[in-house]
Design a protein around this ligand. Structure first.
Ligand code: SF4
Length: 325
């Protein structure tokens, strides 16, 4: 262990080429992730929120190198993930797992739950022989609130929430230290969402896990996260401790997202901010502040030409806005 943050992301960039014409020439670039940096301490959860297309899932996949970043650096416990060779990546894959949004699509329908959860144990040599694998799978299923008798069933026999539990058991099988939860509860009903979030939190306490918790809804990450990063068109525009961000949002985009979240306490008044239009295309995103085309307080000649950098406004609360820092 390095003693520093478990995960360090430095100036991460991912661009996808857009090809067209007979020769499939690159004619444009999708700026999916545009210089993202953050640190994450062991045992903590960073919530990452933003509308679809803001690059949060691409960022999650780049951290695990499921897709190759275009530039930047990812350090896991001090080890450079971005330059790791195959053997090193394989070892890292054990420590860094991902849970996807659609558990049905990510679970092989022809494999039993036992085989799905046990696969990682066998690949990484964490259990030997049928009996040991079966014992460990039974233990993992129990950890996620399923029964060992369900080992012989197939994914289609389970509800959405149960399938997500299977996905969590599969991730846990290899004893990871970091789990990227990529919209892991977004497809579930609200009551089931809460159950799965509670399960993830219990597992975090028991096992000391570290999470990057990606969601498009601020209310989903509020209780699950220590810190929250808000992304817009590939950039982090605001990041703070969860309570601070919800109590004192500074960026106009965060304010607009929070304005859409119902407040249980009627004495708490939030300004209603309705954004104009949709998120612009990440192909040729707007100059300057990416948000200026929708920002209710944008200043001509400043916001449309100069990129605002993240600045600390106190206590680790960082904001990228010319007028709010
Ligand atoms: Fe709005 Fe300008 Fe701040 Fe961007 S920099 S959020 S456009 S005020």
């Amino acid at each position: 262990m390095s003693g520093g943050p478990l995960l360090q992301v430095r100036h991460l960039v991912k661009r996808f080429p857009v090809r067209s014409g007979l020769l499939r020439r690159t004619t444009a670039q999708v700026h999916a992730v545009d210089g993202v940096s953050f640190d994450l301490q062991a045992g903590q959860t960073l919530g990452v929120v933003g509308e679809s297309g803001c690059g949060k899932s691409t960022m999650g996949r780049c951290i695990l190198r499921l897709i190759e970043p275009t530039a930047g650096q990812v350090l896991f416990d001090g080890q450079d993930v971005t330059t790791a060779n195959r053997a090193e990546l394989r070892a890292l894959a054990r420590q860094m797992q991902i849970i996807f949004q659609d558990p049905f699509a990510s679970l092989n329908p022809r494999m039993t739950v036992g085989a799905i959860v046990g696969e990682g144990l066998v690949i990484h040599g964490l259990a030997q022989g049928r009996a040991e694998v079966a014992d460990r799978v039974a233990e993992l299923l129990q950890m996620v609130g399923l029964s060992k008798d369900q080992m012989r069933r197939y994914p289609h026999e389970f509800s959405g929430g149960q399938r997500q539990r299977i996905g969590i058991a599969r991730a846990l099988a290899v004893q990871p230290r970091l789990i990227v939860c990529d919209e892991a509860v977004s497809a579930l009903d609200v009551s089931i969402q809460a159950q799965v979030i509670n399960l993830l939190q219990d597992l975090q306490e028991q096992l000391g896990l570290t999470y990057v918790f990606i969601a498009h809804d601020l209310s989903v990450v509020e209780h699950a996260s220590n810190r929250v990063a808000v992304m817009y068109l590939g950039r982090i525009v605001e990041m703070a401790d969860a309570r601070e961000l919800y109590a004192r949002p500074r960026h106009p985009y965060t304010e607009s997202l929070l304005a859409a979240v119902p407040v249980p306490d009627p004495s708490v008044k939030r300004q209603r901010i309705v954004l104009q239009g949709d998120v612009p295309s990440p192909i040729n995103p707007p100059e300057g502040c990416h948000f200026h085309t929708r920002c209710p307080i944008a200043q001509k000649g400043l916001c449309d030409s100069q990129r605002p950098e993240l600045k600390d406004v106190g206590g680790g609360h960082v904001v990228a806005c010319h007028l709010r820092n």
